[in-house]
Design a protein around this ligand. Structure first.
Ligand code: ATP
Ligand code: MG
Length: 463
């Protein structure tokens, strides 16, 4: 059986068309789950290395061997400090290799204990140890060293396996194939090569997860296939999907029971998670000394970027003991396990509340008793300005590229729930009717339709 999978930056979902009916896969009670996974095992980190008496004994053994070697060969003896530093380096490397071997051999057990979605986030915050990986899709297109790439592949594989097994149970038949959604442009630090890497990671992960065959369909093209079914007459429509990590646009000829034709697509690798970072930097980080305490601003960006593991690690390594109070204590509390995740949850919640205008507040008791943020419409504006400008430029580009005005705009994606975002889309196409699809399910519903078609002819393209 073939299903459609929307592997989203923030939320993932899956569906199939069974006997002509769209059936969404249920994850517990929900029709989507947060794209987060929690592994109880601790991944080894060089920073955890401590010279225990046993390791100190290994250092001494290496120092004695070095001295013996010097005497035997008649080499000039090196200084005490130098020999000891080298010996510690060797012991530290052996220690790390040992940890990696242990992690590799226990990974099967640890991965079986993996939790997904909100449950994953809660377990991480409650247990205070282990690893939480949120929005792994954000990292697919980044330059990754081979070890990190392997970890990312196995995380994606676990998510896809979770989807495959849940769907297999629900449909009562083995699910072995999938049409997986992809953004027009992946978030990438390597230009188009990042997109190739992202697809490579997804393909490899799907293989590990037990899929015999996968194909990919651009997310806005999938949303177009869903919209297509609701159109009695033939029309040219613009599809706009504003998600957590990316904003995707497609121009397609749809409706009237004829095959849909995709004409063009445009992508912006920015979305709702960038608004969260904006909200965090604008409304939360000043309480931690941003712009006042002499701490370089990139530290705050690293702290706010919860979806970027290397940046998070970088932030946790900093030493803030010399920073003025109260910022030193607050920054050190923010370095504690789970604190940046909690802060990001609050920033996202404040963003969602403010996206409907008004005021919102957040308690930062987990940093300092009584510490709180209160934010208003101006804060949403400041946090979202850059994103909204970029989105408007993307829509302008689409408007110029398509000579005729579209008959309608179909809007989907979680970020399209925001009235400010909707207004901005409408302002780019004055007078064109905007149709609001289900913000969460437009893409996955279209992927389920695409899964019905033969693999080679998912959707015809005009170009
Ligand atoms: N009312 C709201 N106002 C603003 N943003 C919202 C609102 N509700 C949800 N969001 C945001 O929508 C985003 C999730 O949207 P969606 O589920 O479409 O993303 P995704 O499919 O996981 O991501 P992508 O398609 O980019 O990979 C999150 O950033 C979330 O904070
Ligand atoms: Mg999406």
């Amino acid at each position: 059986m073939r299903i459609g999978i929307d592997f989203g930056t923030s939320y993932s979902a899956a569906a199939a068309v069974v006997d002509g009916q769209l059936e969404l896969v249920r994850f517990g009670e929900e029709r989507q789950f947060r794209t987060a996974v929690f592994f109880p095992e601790v991944v080894p980190d060089f920073d955890d290395f401590v010279l225990t008496p046993a390791l100190e004994a290994q250092v001494e053994t290496i120092i004695r061997a070095t001295r013996a070697d010097e005497r035997r060969t008649g080499r000039t003896p090196r200084s005490e400090g130098e020999v000891r530093r080298d010996a510690i380096r060797v012991v530290r490397r052996q220690w790390m290799e040992e940890r990696l071997r242990e992690a590799a051999s226990s990974s099967v057990a640890s991965f079986q204990d993996a939790l997904f979605g909100e449950e994953a986030v809660e377990a991480y915050l409650e247990e205070g140890t282990g690893n939480l990986i949120e929005s792994p899709k954000s990292m697919f297109g980044y330059k990754l060293d081979p070890r990190v790439r392997k970890t990312i592949v196995s995380i994606a594989a676990h998510i896809l396996e979770h989807v495959r097994l849940t769907a297999t149970r629900q449909f009562g038949t083995p699910v072995r194939e999938a049409v997986i959604g992809r953004p027009v442009e992946f978030r990438s630090s390597m230009g188009p090569a990042g997109g190739d890497q992202a697809l490579g990671i997804l393909r490899e992960a799907a293989g590990i997860a037990g899929f015999d065959g996968v194909s990919f369909l651009e997310e806005p093209a999938a949303a177009a296939m869903h919209y297509h079914l609701s159109l009695a007459g033939r029309q040219r429509a613009l599809i706009v999907d504003i998600g957590g990590g990316t904003t995707d646009v497609a121009y397609a000829e749809l409706g009237a029971g004829q095959a849909p034709v995709m004409h063009r697509s445009w992508g912006l690798p920015r979305g709702g998670t960038d608004l969260d970072v904006g909200m965090s930097l604008h409304a939360f980080m000043p309480l931690f000394g941003k712009d006042v305490a002499g701490v370089p601003v990139h530290h705050f960006v690293e702290a706010a970027s919860v979806h970027n593991l290397p940046k998070q690690r970088e932030f946790r390594k900093q030493d803030y003991r010399r920073v003025d109070e109260p910022f030193a204590s607050r920054l050190r509390a923010l370095q504690g396990t789970g604190a940046t995740t909690r802060l990001n949850q609050q920033a996202e919640r404040v963003k969602i509340e403010l996206s409907g205008a008004g005021e919102a507040s957040a308690s930062l008791d987990f940093i300092e008793p009584g510490l709180a943020v209160s934010a208003g419409g101006g804060d949403f504006h400041a946090a979202s300005e850059d994103f909204l400008d970029r989105m408007a430029r993307l829509l302008d580009e689409a408007r110029v590229d398509i000579a005729d005005a579209p008959a309608s705009i179909f809007l989907t994606g979680g970020t399209s729930r925001s009235p400010q975002v909707r207004d901005r889309v409408a302002a780019s196409f004055p007078g064109i009717p905007v149709v609001h699809g289900d913000p969460s399910l437009g893409v996955v519903s279209g992927l389920a339709q695409a899964a019905l078609l033969p693999v080679s002819s998912n959707v015809s393209s005009a170009s």
